[in-house]
Design a protein around this ligand. Structure first.
Ligand code: FAD
Length: 570
């Protein structure tokens, strides 16, 4: 049952303003909500409660153990932190209970494995394809491609053509990105790419082909931590040690589905009929759902309509648990994860999850596990979409694993577990008009003391990994209590002359983009009801380009590499 953490279900009794601390209600016990709660606790703030519809915490970063004893994440989760705060949090909760893994990623094309990053290993492709890719790359980068320059590109599709050229676009970038995003790249903006895009070094690409050099993106500098036991979710599960469950007097309320929020009365109503008043609301539920379906009271149609324009994709996470090919052999090879641009399999990515820790299967010597990710949207239906036929998707994945050379003939007989999780909201699409929507909706909410943050709360894919989202929660609390600006979501969009570093992360002077809006020292005063200023979406060219980056830790490399091509280190 959803009750306020002070035990009261009576709005007027719990209504804050009567006590010293305004009441902070947090919807969502995923990394964003947990980060916010963790920071509140750390600052000694007590008048807050976190509610989640699920019986567990962690949100999309939760892990499950299936009946056969395999541990599964909701898609391959790789932790690359950008923040010392996040690292300290991990150290505090996990101690030395983690593994350190080399990141070893590959692309499956033309019945072979091409090492990652793709553009540096073109020599692995059949010769005519390698020629097409190189020739297209050279044309694109010398202004002779289909699209004159990245700066001239109107969307992500044109950006691909401008930066990578026709060959790489046709064989890898376009098919791969459609598989990931379930939206045509022309529907997406080019700004989200930001620092993720590879600065293509033509000379390097050429040299590797001519001299037959290998140029892999992994090595000692490219490692990632993973919880020793319990999968990705173990780290987030441990936040209950800090936050405590409501039944024991703590802050976490599970099985508490929010049904409606009255913006005028400032009260949240739950599925069980209970009501929780708030002074400040932090929400990590999808922004479109919040605005379109959950908010009640004086919500202008313009706001609801704007939020309805946000696009997202859904995803099937399909876990295949297998007996090892040879007894005692464990996982058959050392790959971390693999990308699949071709049409012979439904997934865009497969993770060798059993390589991340020896405890992901019932017995490391005799089992291994593969985790496939399949996207879905109205533009990209999956098998049996009408009735959401999970079995059909799982079966298509098994066939796809065979087609892609991951399962040998006859090896399907070794499958001992088939697991599937359907995420209705999997990827927030950085659509062409996303920033326009955010600049309308987010300030309107904030003027009513509703702070929407997180992967689908802020809808900024570019800052929606676990470290970013946890820090969105932390930074929001710092803003509310300490009057510090948020920096992770504080993003100003700008294009460099060549358009390659298109999104910069920096403080902006307006509400909704992370900057403090309230007077210094004002802390969490109730909102004025004004519609705040809009987020400025800048697209003008800036001489010298962007320099600032999100977080305070040098990026190890990108974590969730939907773009498919990254800059290797070194
Ligand atoms: C396929 C996939 C791969 C990923 N890979 C990586 C990776 O490699 N590395 C990485 O760092 N991150 C990765 N992520 C991102 C990571 O999972 C997210 O950053 C993180 O989970 C987002 O946290 P959040 O709290 O913003 O949102 P969520 O985790 O979505 O949490 C939101 C919470 O709100 C709750 N909620 C929603 N509606 C209601 C309601 N009406 N009432 C009550 N509660 C509600 C939900 O139950 C949920 O628990 C990946 C995500 C996906 C889907």
């Amino acid at each position: 049952m959803a009750q306020s953490s002070n035990g009261s279900k009576n709005p007027s009794a719990a209504r804050s303003g009567t006590g010293a601390e305004p009441r902070i209600v947090i919807i969502g016990a995923g990394p964003t909500g947990l980060g916010a709660g963790y920071r509140l606790k750390e600052l000694g703030y007590t008048n807050f409660a976190i509610f989640d519809r699920h019986p567990y915490i962690g949100g999309l970063a939760h892990s499950f153990v299936d009946p056969r004893g395999f541990t599964w994440d909701i898609g391959g989760h790789v932790m690359f932190s950008h923040y010392t705060y996040y690292d300290a949090c991990f150290d505090r909760l996990m101690g030395d209970e983690f593994t350190l893994n080399n990141r070893e990623s590959w692309v499956r094309m033309f019945d072979r494995w091409v090492p990652y990053p793709f553009q540096n290993n073109i020599r692995y492709l059949p010769a005519p394809v390698a020629y097409e890719c190189l020739s297209g790359l050279i044309k694109a980068q010398t202004g002779r491609g289909k699209v004159a320059s990245a700066a001239a590109a109107a969307n992500f599709g044109e950006f691909i053509d401008a930066v990578f050229g026709e060959g790489i676009a046709r064989h890898f970038m376009r098919p791969y990105n459609f598989k990931v995003w379930a939206h045509e790249p022309e529907m997406m903006n080019k700004h989200w790419i930001g620092e993720r895009v590879a600065v293509i070094d033509i000379d390097r690409a050429l040299k590797n082909v001519m001299l037959g050099s290998d140029d892999f993106g992994w090595g000692p500098n490219n490692q990632f931590k993973f919880p020793l036991r319990g999968g990705t979710g173990e780290f987030y599960a441990r936040f209950d040690r800090v936050l405590g469950h409501a039944k024991d007097g703590g802050h976490l309320h599970l099985n508490a589905r929010v049904e409606s929020i009255d913006v005028d009365a400032k009260a949240v109503r739950f599925a069980d009929g209970s009501v929780e008043p708030y002074d400040v609301l932090i929400s990590a539920m999808p922004l479109d759902v919040l605005t379109r379906e959950v908010l009640r009271g004086g919500v202008p149609d313009e706001i609801r309509r704007a939020a309805s324009r946000l696009l997202h994709s859904s995803g099937y996470m399909v876990g295949i648990g297998l007996r090892s090919r040879a007894p005692g052999a464990g996982t058959p090879d050392t790959k971390s994860w693999m990308y699949f641009p071709e049409a012979n399999c439904p997934f865009y990515r497969v993770t060798y999850l059993s390589n991340y820790s020896p405890h992901m299967t019932p017995d490391k010597d005799n089992y291994y596990s593969l985790l496939c990710e399949v996207s879905e949207s109205a533009y990209k239906p999956t098998p049996g979409r009408e009735g959401r036929d999970v079995d059909a998707v799982v079966e298509a994945c098994v066939t796809g694993l065979e087609n892609a050379g991951l399962l040998e003939p006859g090896e399907r007989a070794n499958i001992v577990s088939r697991w599937c999780y359907y995420a209705d909201y999997s990827y927030p699409t950085p659509s062409v008009d996303r920033d326009d929507v955010l600049s309308t909706v987010v300030p309107w909410l904030e003027a009513r003391d509703i702070y929407s943050r997180g992967r689908f709360g802020m809808w900024k894919y570019e800052v929606s990994n676990t470290d970013h989202t946890l820090m969105q929660g932390v930074e929001l609390v710092n803003r509310l209590l300490l009057d510090e600006p948020e920096t992770t979501i504080g993003m100003v969009y700008s294009s460099t002359q060549d358009g390659r570093q298109a999104a910069t992360h920096e403080r902006s002077a307006v509400a909704g983009s992370g900057e403090k809006r309230r007077p210094a020292g004002a802390g969490i005063l109730p909102g004025t009801g004004d519609v705040g200023p809009r987020i400025v979406v800048r697209t003008a060219a800036r001489p010298g380009g962007a320099t600032s980056r999100v977080g305070d830790v040098e990026e190890a490399d990108i974590a969730e590499e939907e773009l498919g091509v990254t800059r290797p280190r070194g």
